[in-house]
Design a binder for this molecule. Sequence first.
Ligand code: FMN
Length: 184
Amino acid sequence: MRKNFGPKPFLFPQPVMIIGTYDENGKANAMNAAWGGIVGTDEIIIDLSSHKTTDNILLNKAFTVSVADVEHMTACDYVGIVSANKEPDKMEKAGFTTTKSGFVNAPVINELPLTLECELIDVIDGSKFLGKIKNVSIDENVLGEDGELSLEKFSPITYDTVHYGYYRLGEKVGNAFKDGAALK
Ligand SMILES: Cc1cc2nc3c(=O)[nH]c(=O)nc-3n(C[C@H](O)[C@H](O)[C@H](O)COP(=O)(O)O)c2cc1C
């Protein structure tokens, strides 16, 4: 037997994305966003209602997407429950510092190791922000010996849309494009 839940946003693992933007004075902001994901090798869509972040994206036509990790979980949640419209010291309170992206007019959050630096392409149906990934920058501390991102060193969190928890990813269980071949 299966139980029906109707239309729910239940897709797992759900990424926790931290959107970085600059305001009209060049002040950095960050917000937490779950509703989105990769839609092509260099494209991403994030569904956003009205926030300081959306004003900033429309102003600069740019944003960054950093992946929330276990180490910064509390700060990542904080930027999802407090708006820069109400708290001017939001970034300081989160403990986030930033460096301007060398590719788009948006801030890279220094503390979060993995960042997609994106240019706004379009806003679809008024809320789906489609971005082109112009660059990805990764802190060398989470690179493996092959020079690529290592999930042994980087611990992204995933959002539990049922009970609103944050979970860490588990251990490696297989190899893509390979293990399925056993059933050929
Ligand atoms: C786990 C989590 C996920 C969220 N996902 C989204 C989302 O996908 N879209 C959205 O518009 N807001 C989302 N929010 C809410 C914003 O992060 C929140 O309103 C934030 O304060 C906006 O900040 P700003 O006004 O400084 O831009 C989420 C919040 C949390 C805690």
